[in-house]
Design a protein around this ligand. Structure first.
Ligand SMILES: [Zn+2]
Length: 352
């Protein structure tokens, strides 16, 4: 069956970086630059909030974004202050300027407790290069000493370089919580798998949802397994929590962090499920024989990857392998030299 991606875009393109554009009543889209592989922008949101403004997501810690925000404040806020910063999740393109913004405006940070904690913990990492336990983790995935030396030196960038100091206090948001922003209630909907406790905000009156990275129109969110939790099953979390969006109406306008605002939430949810089902089946077939994680990249990604991309790609492969393990469709054993090998259960049964 062919994947269809039946989404519709009310705006054919974004405004210039740092030029707010109204996309729903009292909701302004602010696009900011981003310089990571495959992504050149992030969408942030500015919401009218009575006698002030609420910012949702903040951009990476760069001078350019700092200056663009200052331009927005000078030209656009009508003399009103920013009174609250909400972050969907802790990734630096979303939370990077939260520290600066909350200090600049003396206002509170709102986000889920786990995302805030994850950011605070990540900020404590102070290694010049990849620590030994992470190197050991990548060795289990099948990387050679040469490859390990390369990723240690070229692609270990510190979280704390990408963020302004994270606020020491948070106003935590729970699943289902109603947040009053200006004239509207926005309900918190939690998604997991891309990050620990990702917050989406849904306005039931206007049928508008800020989806962060949880649901994107064109790319699929990265679902990665990380060295800090090597036995995790994040794809299970991701697919399970996609159901949290099933009840939303067909005409929901989705405001994603990357790409363009879109209609077609339900076709997109179906696409995401089918996409992962197909990748899982592909991987299960590929692991007829005991297979290293590194070897799966050629079937999962089918192109040359730089070291940074390869790290993300191995995390993505692992999240699929662990989902299959959780379903009993694949088993893992460890080779004599300590490398994890994955093999489809059905093939083992056939061979026996
Ligand atoms: Zn993210």
């Amino acid at each position: 069956m062919t994947l269809t991606n039946d989404v519709k875009y009310p705006h054919s393109e974004a405004a210039e970086f740092g030029q707010p554009q109204e996309v729903a009543a009292g909701v302004y889209w602010v696009r900011m630059p981003l310089e990571i592989t495959g992504l050149n922008h992030i969408n942030l949101w500015l919401l009218q909030d009575g006698p002030g403004w609420t910012i949702v997501d903040t951009g990476m810690n760069t001078d350019r974004i700092h200056d663009l925000w200052e331009g927005v404040f000078a030209d656009f806020l009508g003399g009103l202050p920013v009174t609250r910063v909400i972050c969907t999740h802790f990734h630096p393109d979303h939370m990077g300027q939260a520290g600066w913004l909350t200090r600049r405006w003396d206002c509170d940070l709102w986000m889920t407790h786990r995302e805030w904690l994850q950011g605070r913990v990540a900020e404590l990492d102070q290694h010049d290069k990849m620590p030994g336990w992470q190197v050991d983790f990548f060795r289990q995935l099948g990387l050679s000493d040469t490859a390990l030396a390369e990723i240690q030196n070229t692609s270990y960038t510190q979280f704390r370089d990408s963020v302004t100091p994270i606020p020491p206090q948070v106003h935590s948001v729970r699943e289902g919580q109603m947040i009053r922003i200006g004239d509207h209630d926005w309900q918190g909907i939690i998604g997991r798998g891309h990050s620990p406790e990702h917050l989406c905000l849904y306005n039931a009156e206007t049928h508008v949802m800020i989806s962060g990275d949880q649901i994107l129109p064109r790319i699929t969110p990265h679902i990665g397994l990380h060295a800090s939790e090597p036995e995790a099953n994040p794809l299970q979390f991701y697919l399970d929590t996609l159901a949290n969006f099933n009840h939303l109406p067909e005409d929901t306008l989705v405001l994603p962090a990357h790409g363009l605002p879109f209609y077609g939430l339900h076709p997109r949810l179906a696409f995401l499920r089918q996409h992962h089902d197909e990748r899982l089946a592909l991987l299960e077939d590929f692991c007829a024989e005991p297979t290293r994680v590194l070897s799966t990249l050629k079937v999962m990604f089918r192109r040359e990857l730089n070291p940074f991309e390869a790290i993300l790609a191995m995390g993505e492969s692992l999240s699929h392998l662990h989902y299959l393990m959780g379903q009993g469709r694949i088993v893992r054993k460890t080779s004599d030299d300590g490398v994890w090998l994955y093999q489809a259960s059905s093939r083992r049964a056939d061979a026996a």
